[in-house]
Design a protein around this ligand. Structure first.
Ligand code: NAD
Length: 256
């Protein structure tokens, strides 16, 4: 018997990086998964690889900022597998340098909020009723260490992640009695296609120096935490912000 046998999980941004790490880990744990991503071709490729190895997975094209598409994503999970136990709101977007506030590009701000904050809210909006139907479920929101500290350059992104932590606490508060748990995970620097693409070598080295541990984390580190939290081993944990960051927030004096 595997940890997540019989469970059904939707992972947004599941075609790359941290989302892909979660997809692969939950499949290994026995779950059936929906790989939901705006990059449908990449999601299909992930599903092809999983099903070749005997895992259960489908690909869904979604822009998480669009309500109708998020509704369809949740419906696809329930139509295909008959239930929904786990939602990982993980897709996000944000420029590496969005300028200081007097020069803020307001359209960019709205886009960041649409994907990083409205997206997870929409996921919760459509997932919660399905979870209530089966007596409970778990939701993980990928926030960020950026959501806990002031930032010189990632104003919109950091604000969206702080908002996401607040959303997490509200979901946990409103639906704890429905046996729905909701937690935020706060990655520090994790090596993914996004960080390799966006961060210069110098910035990576600077961030690595900020860690208490000697190496940079990978998607598998976040996936291991998700696997624990969504399993019965995490059944008394809700409304929390859990740092998985090599200790960088402790170093910054914001570990609590
Ligand atoms: P990534 O770019 O490797 O993967 C992100 C995935 O999300 C991609 O497959 C992309 O196609 C998809 N996506 C983007 N916009 C979307 C949308 N509107 N709708 C649906 N899918 C969309 O990124 P990553 O580094 O794996 O980041 C994943 C999550 O982890 C994000 O929430 C990010 O903010 C958070 N995070 C990452 C790090 C890090 O160091 N990598 C640190 C802190 C937080």
């Amino acid at each position: 018997m595997k940890r997540l046998d019989g469970k059904v999980a939707v992972i947004t941004g599941g075609a790359s990086g941290i989302g892909l790490g979660t997809v692969l880990r939950l499949v290994e744990d026995g779950a059936s998964v929906v790989v939901a991503d705006v990059n449908y071709e990449a999601a299909q490729q992930v599903v092809e690889d999983i099903t070749k190895d005997g895992g259960q997975a489908i690909a869904v094209k979604v822009d998480v900022s669009v309500e109708a598409e998020v509704k369809d994503m949740i419906e696809a999970a329930v139509k295909t597998y008959g239930r929904l136990d786990i939602l990982h709101n993980n897709a996000a977007w944000g420029p590496i340098n969005d300028k200081e506030i007097p020069d803020m590009d307001v359209e960019m701000w709205d886009r960041v909020m649409g994907i990083n904050l409205r997206g997870p809210m929409l996921g919760c909006k459509y997932a919660i009723p399905e979870m209530i139907k089966i007596g409970g479920g778990t939701i993980i929101n990928t926030a960020s260490a950026n959501g806990k500290v002031g930032d010189y350059e990632r104003t919109a992104y950091s604000a969206s992640k702080a908002g996401l932590m607040s959303l997490t606490r509200s979901v946990a508060t409103q639906h704890g009695k429905d046996n729905i748990r909701c937690n935020s995970i706060l990655p520090g620097l994790i090596l993914t296609p996004a960080t390799k693409r966006k961060f210069s070598k110098e910035l990576m080295e600077l961030m690595e120096e900020g860690n208490l541990l000697p190496s940079i984390g990978g998607p598998e580190d976040i996936a291991a935490l998700v696997s624990f939290l969504v399993s019965d081993e995490g059944k008394y944990i809700t409304g929390q912000e859990i740092n998985c960051d090599g200790g960088v927030l402790v170093r910054a004096g914001a570990g609590a």
